[in-house]
Design a protein around this ligand. Structure first.
Ligand SMILES: O=c1ccn([C@@H]2O[C@H](COP(=O)(O)OP(=O)(O)O[C@H]3OC[C@@H](O)[C@H](O)[C@H]3O)[C@@H](O)[C@H]2O)c(=O)[nH]1
Length: 343
């Protein structure tokens, strides 16, 4: 066991990077691949990486849930490249780091074509690990709090193995991500690949799809359209919501640090869905109604990250509270829906 409390580490050396790295004509730029880079978290990560003039960023996305619009300010930039590509097919590019985010993340989207979702998680991660092995790149996987399933331990530390239904309608995603984590560690132990695993908890912010289906985007869109906020029964289930800039900061620290993870990245501020609805109502539309609707199978009853490891190993903790982050998202949704603020 590594002294830092990470999962078992290996003595095998990582594969050598491209010989170009030693050439006298070698450019000092870091080439970074972001899979799913046209998506919600991916595009914010790209913004952050592009701030550093030493970085060249390559995005691959199949645009199932991502959109070129999220990257419009970078299209045509000399250090940026956008490739339409599905990670279930192999990809050959010369890069130093891979942020592997590609996968639909909203339950209604990942359940839409479950076979494709599990292929994305398993074959997509295999393809990216194969690429990392070939070019000697470091690879970060965005895994998920859903690996804890309907957790029986609360809050969830990384050492908790979870309570997942292996044959349920959410399994394409949660079991898919669990296999992706397994593949990451097997490539690390067997081939010496440098890996990083983040377990992302619920995240919100500007650029979420308006009709994404997740709870924060649903409530904000409903409040702005004067439609009832649809709380799924019983409404006492909890989630902990992390603002997207905090999430991106955690991912970059994990990639740049020395720890494989898995490490939880999330905001421990925990809310019931009824509390979230009341907060959205108070901040955005005090006249909106709240209606109770039917829930979906296997919905986790509680979720809150234990972020001790992120604090100690990455020096990371979230800065933005829910009440501070919601207005940024409201502003973005107002612009896209064309609903001006009343004064
Ligand atoms: O309109 C809605 C939508 C959702 N909900 C409830 O809100 C809670 C959160 O649901 P979401 O659809 O936002 O997201 P979930 O927490 O179920 O899954 C998410 O978990 C973490 C990430 O990895 C993924 O982004 C996603 O799978 C659930 O209890 C759901 O029942 C509502 O009450 N109303």
């Amino acid at each position: 066991m590594a002294a830092n409390g990470d999962q078992q580490s290996t003595t095998k050396r990582p594969p050598a990077p491209s010989p170009l790295r030693n050439s006298k004509f070698y450019q000092s730029n870091m080439r970074i691949l972001v899979t799913g880079g046209a998506g919600f978290i991916g595009s914010h990560l790209v913004d952050r990486l592009m701030e550093n003039e030493k970085n060249e960023v390559i995005v691959v996305d199949n645009y199932f849930t991502g959109s070129k619009d999220n990257l419009r300010k970078w299209i045509g930039h000399a250090r940026f490249e956008l490739i339409r590509h599905d990670v279930t097919e192999p990809l050959l590019v010369e890069v130093d780091q891979i942020y592997h985010l590609a996968c639909p993340a909203s339950p209604i989207f990942y359940k839409h074509n479950p076979v494709k979702t599990i292929k994305t998680n398993v074959m997509g991660t295999l393809n990216m690990l194969g690429l990392a092995k070939r070019v000697g790149a470091r690879i970060l996987l965005t895994s998920t709090s859903e690996v804890y399933g309907d957790p029986l331990v609360h809050p969830q530390p990384e050492s908790y193995w979870g309570n997942v239904n292996p044959i349920g309608v959410r399994s394409c995603y949660d079991e898919g991500k669990r296999v992706a984590e397994t593949l990451m560690f097997d490539y690390h132990r067997q081939h010496g690949i440098e890996i990083r695993i983040a377990r992302i908890f619920n995240t919100y912010g500007p650029r979420m799809n308006i009709d994404d289906g997740r709870v924060v985007s649903n409530f904000i869109a409903q409040a702005l359209r004067d439609e009832p906020l649809t709380v799924q029964a019983p409404g006492t289930q909890t989630r902990s919501f992390c603002y997207v800039s905090d999430m991106v900061d955690g991912l970059v620290r994990l990639m740049e640090g020395e720890h494989t993870g898995p490490i939880n990245i999330g905001n421990p501020g925990e809310f019931t869905m009824l509390e979230l609805a009341e907060t959205v109502k108070e901040l955005i539309n005090p006249n909106v109604k709240i209606s109770m609707v039917e829930n979906t199978p296997d919905d986790p009853r509680q979720r809150k990250p234990d972020i001790t490891k992120a604090k100690e190993l990455l020096g990371w903790e979230p800065k933005i509270k829910l009440r501070e982050g919601l207005p940024f998202m409201e502003e973005d949704f107002r612009q896209r829906l064309g609903v001006p603020k009343k004064h």
